[in-house]
Design a protein around this ligand. Structure first.
Ligand SMILES: [Zn+2]
Length: 394
């Protein structure tokens, strides 16, 4: 299939007009000026008036959560089989929403590994999934009802080994309190520096990526100093955090949609009150941290925390609009949502439109480099391609 006639954002920048993209099977085989395809006689997709982008990459989702007002409560009412089918449905909604790769940052009893593997083997359509397995937290820590609870360096190391043994792609470790767990304060550091360092080092020994839920200042520092790959949320970042993250090249995955969707639906009456109250308390600092990190040139990868209240799978692209609202240019937001995300996830052949890359593509109406809604609003999506095959949007 030759895509020609419209604009191309290649994952880093807008290509000059008049470029075309040739896809054969699951791969992009050539990106070149249209004239280079003069003798081509195969099928063509006319993209005039549209923009071809890499499929979006969401570095923070929870496939086990539905995006209901009380996702944990919803899941507790489901049996195991129902949870697995829900995860698969959520993965397919995500792909339909233009997202061709996701990082699951905390699942349920490793059930998401089965979904990941079935999709990777071609049994079902869905996005590329990288999964953390069970989050690791201290006694009473953020996410403790779902997480592997571990205290002390030895136990944290054991918890990491359990995830590796079960087949995780990354390890997710909880450095601080959070919004969605009652009785914890997002500003508090949870794991000690020694515990988090032990866990991160064990994960790295087995070449796993590492991500830390880190909202409070000290917890962010503990995670960065342990060598974490990404700080999730990063709400109470200060100058010291900023300096050390820039120095270490740590990614920030801001998950603006998580907090904003709670605030937008605060009056629904259905979200647990502690989550609304804490979201209100952190929202302004969240924005300041994002702006500070962005202005300083830090590496930002798009993540939504999809599955949290009113933060629905399939609506992930809205994060692009939030990032632009908070100060990114549209091309910067698109970069965070494509090549940067793939880089954080270690997906070497995705997130960029170039010769030899996987044909994970999103075709949208209009020009998202000028008006980000062209990509952020799924009603502007024309087609999403996973490994070269179109996946019909809802
Ligand atoms: Zn999360």
């Amino acid at each position: 299939m030759l895509f020609r006639g419209g604009r191309i954002f290649d994952g880093r920048e807008s290509l000059a007009e008049g470029f075309a993209v040739l896809v054969e099977g699951a791969r992009i085989v050539r990106v070149a000026p249209e004239a280079a395809f003069a003798g081509y006689a195969g099928p063509v997709t006319d993209t005039a008036g549209c923009t071809l982008l890499p499929g979006l990459v969401d570095c923070h989702v929870h496939l086990c959560y539905t995006g209901s007002a009380d996702p944990r409560g919803t899941m507790q009412k489901m049996g195991t089989g129902q949870i697995v089918l829900t995860m698969l449905a959520n993965a397919q909604k995500t792909l339909a929403g233009g997202v061709t790769a996701v990082r699951d940052c905390g699942g349920k009893d490793h059930l998401e590994f089965a979904v990941r593997d079935a999709i990777a083997q071609g049994a079902f359509r869905g996005p590329t999934i990288r999964a953390a397995g069970r989050m690791i937290c201290m006694t009473g820590g953020h996410g403790n009802t779902l997480a592997r609870v571990a205290d002390g360096c030895d136990e944290v190391v054991k918890a990491v080994r359990e995830q590796v043994h079960a087949g995780c792609d990354l390890v997710k470790i909880m450095a601080t309190g959070g919004v969605m767990t009652p009785g914890v304060d997002p500003r508090d550091a949870h794991y000690s520096a020694a515990e988090i360092t032990a866990g991160v080092h064990e994960a790295k020994r087995f070449r796993r990526k590492t991500a830390s839920h880190a909202q409070g200042t000290q917890g962010i520092l503990n995670a960065v100093r342990a060598g974490i790959d990404s700080i999730e949320h990063g709400i109470f970042m200060d100058e010291q955090c900023l300096e050390e993250m820039l120095e270490a090249g740590t990614f920030l995955v801001p998950t603006i949609a998580a907090v904003q969707n709670i605030l937008r639906n605060a009056d629904s009456g259905a979200i647990p009150p502690y989550a609304v109250e804490k979201s209100r308390a952190v929202a302004e600092r969240h924005r300041e941290s994002f702006r500070m990190f962005h202005r300083a040139g830090g590496r930002i990868a798009m993540g939504t925390d999809a599955g949290t209240p009113f933060n629905r799978h399939g609506e992930n692209a809205q994060e692009l609009a939030f990032m632009v609202d908070w100060g990114m240019t549209p091309p910067e937001a698109l970069t965070a949502a494509t090549s940067r995300g793939a880089e954080l996830m270690g997906l070497d052949d995705r997130g960029v439109i170039a010769d030899g890359m996987a044909a994970d593509l999103l075709l949208v109406r209009g020009n998202p480099m000028e008006e980000v809604a062209a990509a952020a609003d799924p009603s502007n999506h024309i087609a999403v391609y996973k490994n070269g095959t179109v996946f019909a949007p809802h």
